[in-house]
Structure formats: structure tokens, C-alpha cells
Design a protein around this ligand. Sequence first.
Ligand code: OAD
Length: 235
Amino acid sequence: MTDLRLRDYDNVVFFTGAGMSAESGVPTYRGAGGVWREYDYERCACENAFKSDPEYVWEFHNFRRDLVGKCKPNAGHDLVARAEAALPSVTVITQNIDGLHQLAGSQRVLELHGSLWEVRCDRCGWRDRGRESPLVELECPECGAFKRPNIVWFGDMLFMDVIQASQSALQSCDLLVSIGTSAVVYPAAQLPLIAKQAGATLVEINPEETPLSGAYEHHLRGPATEMLARIADGL
Ligand code: OAD
């Protein structure tokens, strides 16, 4: 049990990973049924793969668009959105590319790993956002190069503006709630430590221990929806 209540904090950061969307039916990446158990990321989620076989990389991402596009926000996403409406300051920093926080109504969402629903052209800088699935027209309308999913793939740098906004939210929060991340993908995994150094209370929601569990003062071991309801106190 915990006596921790979201309402007791003014400035909250929710730091979310794939486990946040697991109860919506979006597969996690690691563990049983994980995306990277079934697909080789070196063939479908890195820049070299895109350069050598963009059609296959798009086949994988269109499969993901189809699957994720059918999923709806769960009670946990709803609760995070309600917290933003009820508390003075709430930021969602997510590693997820599924867009479910925004669909639930969260306004201030920082997408550390980009979005499945955004495309860009690295030749001419064209960008677009939309939920078309499958994406049929794969060539940039401006210059004819292959469109690229605006996702931070393995080996890519994080987006500088997103990192800076995340750092600033983490430095000023008084509560950090990490939800459903295995904390093995860097640099994202270490971001909660910025909040810790700044004196925030840290809560980890995850059915399992993670390599960073030791940094958290509170551990809620169970599914995101149930554990969030426990600290929501009627939000
Ligand atoms: P992982 O798949 O690595 O970890 C998912 C975590 O969610 C695990 O620790 C599970 O124990 C936990 N979990 C599972 N079901 C849960 C539930 N119902 N409630 C709460 N937690 C649950 O996913 P991430 O940590 O998000 O990169 O992975 C980080 C990055 O690796 C992803 O952003 C992705 C991937 O490669 C990109 O897409 C670019």
C-alpha cells in the first residue's frame, strides 16, 4: 500500500514507456510477446536498414500503424490527462510513439522517441503528421525521396528541443511517476535521475523490478491502470 497522492504535488512529470499502453493492446518491446522478440531492429528500425531497404522498413512501420491505430487509450492514459486538468503543472515525457496520451487528452506531451504518426523527408525537410494507415504514398511530395518515419531509431540522436524541454520539466518537478519502462534504453532511461537530483519524489509503476528501481522511493508493483488509480484519489 502507499499513502502517496498525486493531489499533494504541484508539479508532476509522468515518464512513460511501453507498459503504459500494454493494457490498450499495444505490444511492449521486450519480454514475452515483445516487438523485438519477433522483429530484428537492425532490419527495420535503424538508419542503415532504411538506406538499404526502405520498402521493408515501411512494411514494418505500416504493420505497426495498423496495429497501434486500432488501439484506444486506457484508463491510465485517461487518468494522466485528468491529472493535467486538475493539478497546477503536469508534463508527460513519453518514450512511446503511439500517440495514445494525446488521444486521451493530454496537452503537454514530449515524445522522446518521436511519433509513428509523423513523417519527414531528410533530403528537403518536408514534414507531415496524420493517422493514415497504411501509408501508401511513400515518396516525398516535394522532392521524391523516400519519406521517413519521424522516429528515433536505434543509433539516432534524440531531438534536441525535446531533450531540452524534458530537462527543464524534470528539474522543476516535485513528483516523478515512471510508468511501464524497462529502463534499459539510454539516454531516455536515465532522465528520471535529473528529477531525483533536483529533489523530487520518485515513484515507479511497473509489475517488475528494473535496473533503476533502486533510485525510486516508492514502488507500485502492478499494472499501470490499477496502480495509477491507487494514487489518483478520485482525480
Ligand atoms: P520495454 O518493452 O522495454 O519495457 C516495458 C516495461 O513495461 C517492462 O518493464 C514491463 O515490466 C512493463 N509493463 C508491462 N506491462 C505493464 C503494465 N500493464 N503496466 C505497467 N508496466 C507494464 O519498453 P520501453 O521501456 O518503453 O524505442 O522501451 C524503451 C524503448 O525501447 C522504446 O521507446 C522503443 C524501444 O526500442 C523506440 O520506439 C524508438
